[in-house]
Design a binder for this molecule. Structure first.
Ligand SMILES: [Zn+2]
Ligand SMILES: [Zn+2]
Ligand SMILES: [Zn+2]
Length: 181
């Protein structure tokens, strides 16, 4: 068997499309077509692949018609926050879904991909209406910009109760935010 270059005891799952080395599943991130390893240059190629299939650099806000310059994360995730009308727009839906941000409150943020996955599953299990921004960004530039969770204000109290047990596990920054609101 071919072994992962990082884990000699693990069978290689695929090669990195950029450097061509063999890696196990843990050591790879999936682009649209190809897998990439976590080396800096290879991550940069992953980002390029994701950007190619994402949104253009500029889009019009479907809510207020302002021309918006998108962040890379917004282009990749298709989820955009319009700073002019404060709407959340999900361009992955067709037509793009516009959500009035007045009804949503930023509750917490996290740099930890594992925590983000857990928070999402807790919210989804409880049928909480939420929005998460910056999730994709984290795969490409870890620890530069956190993923931010916005919760429907009608479910804010419920969500806080749900996440109480979770508080200990998330970073100081996120815990502070939980207490502030
Ligand atoms: Zn690579
Ligand atoms: Zn590996
Ligand atoms: Zn707008």
């Amino acid at each position: 068997m071919k072994a992962c270059v990082n884990h000699p005891d693990k069978e290689a799952f695929s090669i990195c499309h950029n450097c061509g080395k063999d890696y196990c599943e843990l050591c790879l991130d999936k682009g649209i077509e190809f897998y990439y390893c976590k080396n800096r240059e290879c991550r940069a190629q992953l980002k390029k692949e994701l950007l190619r299939s994402g949104l253009p650099e500029n889009v019009k806000c479907p809510n207020c018609q302002t021309e918006l310059e998108l962040l890379e994360d917004e282009r990749i995730s298709g989820k955009v926050h319009c700073p002019v009308c404060e709407a959340f727009i999900d361009f992955k839906m067709s037509p793009p879904k516009v959500i009035n941000s007045d009804n949503y409150v930023e509750l917490l943020s996290s740099f930890n991909a594992g925590d983000i996955g857990l928070i999402k599953s807790i919210l989804e299990d409880a049928n909480i209406d939420y929005y998460v921004f910056g999730e994709q960004f984290l795969n490409i530039y870890p620890a530069i910009q956190p993923a931010r969770f916005y919760i429907n204000e009608n479910q804010l109290a419920e969500t806080k109760t749900l996440l109480k047990d979770f508080e200990l596990r998330i970073w100081g920054a996120s815990t502070n935010q939980l207490e502030k609101k």
